[in-house]
Design a protein around this ligand. Sequence first.
Ligand SMILES: *Cc1c(COP(=O)(O)O)cnc(C)c1O
Length: 412
Amino acid sequence: MPDPFAWIDDEAATRAERGLTRSLVPFAGSSPEQLDAGGRSFVAFAANDYLGLAGDPRVAEAACDAARRYGWGGAASPLVAGWRTPHHELAEALAAFEQTEAVALFPTGFAANQGAIAALVGPEDAVYLDRLNHACLIAGARVSRATIRVYPHSDADRLEDLLKRDAGRFRRTLIATDSVFSMDGDLAPLRDVVDLADRFGAMLLVDEAHGTGVFGPAGRGAAAELGVAERVPVRVGTLSKALGSIGGFVAGSRRLVDRLINHAPTLIYSTSLPPAAAAAALTSLEILQAEPWRREKVRGLATELRSALRAAGLTVGGADASPIVPLIIGPADMTLAASESLRGHGLLVPAIRPPTVPAGTSRLRISLSAAHETRHIERLTRLLIETARASHWPALANDSGLTDPVQSADDP
Ligand SMILES: *Cc1c(COP(=O)(O)O)cnc(C)c1O
């Protein structure tokens, strides 16, 4: 009999030819910004640890305490016996932080988005998605079996056209968008989107995975920064990015949260978070509120890096203060070569390639943290400009050329 898995080898060969193969690298090191591998140390710009809390000893200590007190495993669905004291305390604290009535917890942010969408719409309904939404919003829409409408990135006019055309055709409608786009670092046009949701009577879900802790007054997210948080009835967040732990949540009304507890498959049929992960996230939430300097620092570093790269003629995307700084190169192989060259200099900056981003827009995704220092940013800037000069990135073709690199004396 022929090998029924032979197709895997064929597809792997095609993927390799296109420079799109990915693999796992085990890193040691005490924080996501300082990683060790193969006897070398790296400064990493690769995590979503915006506030530097994933490696914070107070957060680790909170997890250890809770693990000793409650055991490690969540052991059961939250609906059976998996909802423990730390989960309840975290949900209450998150609801207060988000200024909503209630919060539902999920095993991950992915599960929160997927489960919330599946609990709100079904085959008779429609979901409107930004083309660059995170994969889990698309997964949720697919699982729900609702009709999916995709609008061009951040194009509220096109969204309006679609809503107009569909008026009266569906039982319920849901608009779902990232607030800060994960590979681009830009903000959704949330003021327009909330207006459209109101005008067309649509439900609205905003995924603040990269907004929480970084944007808005007190770090309440991008919707709060744009002054529309109260008009976003379904606010999704993750505990795994700025909050440095693991897990996801949905903040909203009591009736919304009760609906999720009864109808979100990823909450009902999955084991609860380890109580220690909830305790760690609660400590992070307290630090986030007590130490606003973290948010200010990472936003300052992002602004610094963007302006230095732009001044050098490089193509950089995203909102000025956004800690996700995409440097667009274009072809996947050139992007990978740039990432490898930086790695040779002790800097880890991931190459993001299709299918994560559209073909021809491969990029270095520089991710900043309050755990980085100005000297790290200066070194990164200098090496990026040197790499750009030595290569011929198509994304540079229309620019006037590269100016002098930033000079820094204190390389690590
Ligand atoms: C990372 C991410 C998620 C998933 O969150 P996890 O907690 O890592 O599962 C959801 N939405 C967006 C926009 C993300 O970037």
